[in-house]
Every structure is written in structure tokens, then in C-alpha cells.
Design a binder for this molecule. Structure first.
Ligand code: PMP
Length: 397
């Protein structure tokens, strides 16, 4: 299966590339790369507007990708799938449509300490605009949500809970299904940030019960510049459109505009057709492998990685929840994380060293950054062995 990923077969600084930066972005299988060239070689056209063959093919490919996403995350209908640029744009869309419409002065928005900046800043901007209040759920030393505190924070003014399903800095898998049920008992809506979840285990939005689910294609072995917002059907009509322009309208006069049906209502302008097709191809690829198989393999690899890293003298893992994906954040005694990152890079090992756009989650530990190897299904035990060996030499140089 590693043969499906051309980029993995290269040398960096004379060493075989070890790609352990999957939390930042994932590599693309040949079938995804081919789907994009195929689209530009044979089908390229704008969608919906023209009555010629290529327009029909491009439209079918784009809408076909939407249906693949629908099935992949278990949505009830393809209408509930809105294409955006990525998770960041998805959260902004929800904050500026649903949020602007529903949140008033004194209302409350509940976030957790684990959130990525993409699921903090849009809510903060909205809170400032509306004079609403942000409430933040604390975490334990292991990096788990404290559910009693969460329940305590919810109240009659809570309008939305915005929570990540998997922490990108600590790897914690958050009990979002349970949290959604609790939020709904208080009449609040729930947005789940699935950016770090969808590539690691099967996701079913109907089972989760959430109102919004957002993720980025590029973290799911698909291209950059394409992402998804799932909007629960009952909200599709109620929520106003976001950006105005072509495609999102039914009829325009200078006096008044009527809007298209969802999901087009939320997709102003020419969308990223080719990369949506690439996302569809990535989903086909993952379905062939089976998300359940991926989950099982990665679980073993994460346990192996955790054990191996713990044998490195002076290494402290940050984020030790028993229920986690393969994000192995750590610090090394007396060695700045930037230095560790550089040393690993010089050995062909790609990891992220920094705050991972989740500063509050690290501030909880009094840290500014960590070194973060993050695993995907194409990683191996041998790669982890090499990582641990190199880390030992950094420690004792
Ligand atoms: N949320 C989480 C949990 C993430 O890991 C990321 C990407 N690091 C984002 C949101 C933002 O995704 P993007 O940059 O693709 O919009």
C-alpha cells in the first residue's frame, strides 16, 4: 500500500523520507493525483451553467463527490454536504451564518481547551461582535475533557458547543457523541471539528447527532483547498446564506434576490471542482482499505510508538489519554523543541515542532510548543524505531 504514495519514495538529506507530519497534512495516493489530471485532461468545465457535454460531466463528477462524502460520514442526504476550502472556512461559515443569526448579547458559546485556533478565533470574533460570552471546558493532566465541568458550563444561554473530535496537539479522542446529547438537552446546537478524526476511524454524523461537522480534504489524503461542512437537514432552510454571488441565487434583480436551494445556497461562485473530485477519489481509496482496518492498524502502531518513545531518556509525552489517535507530542529535557525538529529533519524525519495552532492546549501544561510526530496508516514500526534511535542520539550528543 505504501507503493500507492509516490511522494514517500524519496531521500531527504540522503536518508529515506519518514513522513510523520500527518497531523499537518497527509500524502496523496496515485489514484487521487490521477483523478485530478484526468479531470483537467478530459472533463474540465464550469458546472451547472452550460448545456454541453463537458459541463454535464464536470457537474456529475462534482455532485458525485458530494454523494461520496455523504456516504463516508453517514449524512442523511447529499444536500447536507456543503463544499468549502477547509475546516477553517467551514467553522467561519457556521459562525457567520448560524452564529450571526442565533447568537445575541449575553448568549454563551462553549469551547474546550483542546480546540485548534480555527475553532476558537471565529467564535471569539463573533462573541466580540455580539457581546456574547465564551466558556471553555478544562482538561485533565492526561488531556481529557472533564465532563462534569462541561455539564456545569452548559445553561439556558448556551447557543452552541464547538468541540474537536480529536485534539491535533495531544491526540485525545473526545466523547463528542455524549457531549452532543448533553448539549441538546440544554437546547444548544453542536459543531464538531472533525479535521483530525476522519482519517483515523469511521465517522457517522447521524450517530453522533451533531448539527454541524467540518473537515479538510488535505488531512484525508485528498488535495488542499477542499473541505466539507455537514449541516443537519432541519437547519438547511433556516440558516441564511454566507457569501453572495453566482450559483447561490435563483433570481436576481436590483431590488431583491432569491436564493438557490441548499447546498448551492452556501456555495457562491465557481467552486473547487477538481479538488472535490480528488476528495471523492480519496474516499474511494479509503473505502477500499476500510476505515475499520485503518483504525485497528493505527491503534497498534500508536501503542507501539508510545512504548518506544517512552524508552528515550528525558522524553516526556504530552497527552496521555488512554483513548487517543497516533499524535505523539513530546518534549525532551533541556533541548528546545525547534532544535529537536531540525535534528529530525536532517535525518529525513518530518515532524511538526511548535504550537500546532492549538496554543491554549499547550499553555495548560505551561508549554509554548512540543515536537509532534503524527501517524497515518502508511507509517510503519520500522519508521518509529528510526525515530526513537535518532531521538536517543539527540539526547546524549
Ligand atoms: N481543526 C483541527 C483539529 C486541525 O488539526 C486543523 C488543521 N491543523 C484545523 C482545524 C484547520 O484546518 P485547515 O487549516 O485545513 O483549515
Amino acid at each position: 500500500m505504501r507503493r500507492d504514495f509516490p511522494i514517500l519514495h524519496q531521500q531527504v538529506h540522503g536518508k529515506p523520507l519518514i513522513w510523520l507530519d500527518n497531523g499537518a497534512t497527509t500524502q496523496k495516493p496515485q489514484s487521487v493525483i490521477d483523478s485530478i489530471s484526468h479531470f483537467y485532461e478530459r472533463d474540465n468545465s464550469n458546472i451547472h451553467r452550460a448545456a454541453h457535454d463537458l459541463a454535464a460531466r464536470a457537474t456529475d463528477a462534482y455532485e458525485g463527490a458530494r454523494e461520496k462524502v455523504q456516504r463516508f460520514i453517514g449524512a442523511g442526504s447529499a444536500e447536507e454536504i456543503v463544499f468549502v476550502r477547509g475546516t477553517t472556512e467551514g467553522v467561519n461559515l457556521v459562525a457567520q451564518t448560524f452564529g450571526r443569526q442565533q447568537i445575541r448579547e449575553g448568549d454563551e458559546i462553549v469551547l474546550t481547551t483542546l480546540e485548534h485556533h480555527a475553532n476558537i478565533v471565529p467564535w471569539q470574533m463573533l462573541a466580540q461582535e455580539k457581546k456574547a460570552i465564551l466558556r471553555v471546558v478544562p482538561i485533565t493532566d492526561r488531556g481529557e475533557i472533564i465532563l462534569e465541568e462541561y455539564t456545569r458550563l452548559l445553561g439556558p444561554r448556551t447557543r452552541i458547543v464547538a468541540v474537536t473530535q480529536v485534539s491535533n496537539s495531544l491526540g485525545t479522542i473526545v466523547p463528542v457523541q455524549e457531549m452532543t446529547a448533553i448539549a441538546h438537552r440544554h437546547g444548544a446546537r453542536v459543531l464538531i471539528d472533525g479535521a483530525q478524526a476522519v482519517s483515523h476511524f469511521p465517522v457517522n454524523v447521524q450517530q453522533l447527532g451533531c448539527d454541524f461537522y467540518v473537515f479538510s480534504g488535505h488531512k484525508l489524503f485528498a488535495p488542499t483547498g477542499i473541505g466539507v461542512v455537514y449541516v443537519k437537514g432541519e437547519l438547511l432552510e433556516q440558516i441564511p446564506p454566507w457569501q453572495g454571488g453566482g450559483n447561490m441565487i435563483r433570481q436576481v434583480t436590483f431590488e431583491q434576490t432569491t436564493y438557490n436551494d441548499p447546498p448551492a445556497k452556501f456555495e457562491a461562485g465557481t467552486p473547487n471542482i477538481a479538488d472535490a473530485v480528488g476528495l471523492g477519489a480519496a474516499i474511494d481509496y479509503l473505502n477500499r482499505l476500510g476505515m475499520v482496518n485503518i483504525e485497528r492498524y493505527e491503534h497498534e502502531l500508536t501503542e507501539y510508538g508510545t512504548e518506544r518513545l517512552q524508552t528515550v531518556p528525558g522524553l516526556r509525552l504530552i497527552g496521555t489519554a488512554p483513548h487517543k489517535v497516533g499524535v505523539l507530542s513530546f518534549i525532551l529535557d533541556n533541548i528546545p523543541y525547534e532544535e529537536v525538529g531540525k535534528r529530525l529533519a536532517s535525518e529525513g524525519i518530518a515532524v511538526r515542532a511548535g504550537h500546532h495552532c492549538a496554543q491554549p492546549s499547550l499553555q495548560r501544561y505551561g508549554l509554548r510548543g512540543t515536537v509532534r510526530p503524527s501517524l497515518a496508516f502508511y507509517n510503519t514500526r520500522e519508521e518509529i524505531d528510526t525515530l526513537a534511535e535518532v531521538l536517543r542520539t539527540i539526547r546524549y550528543r
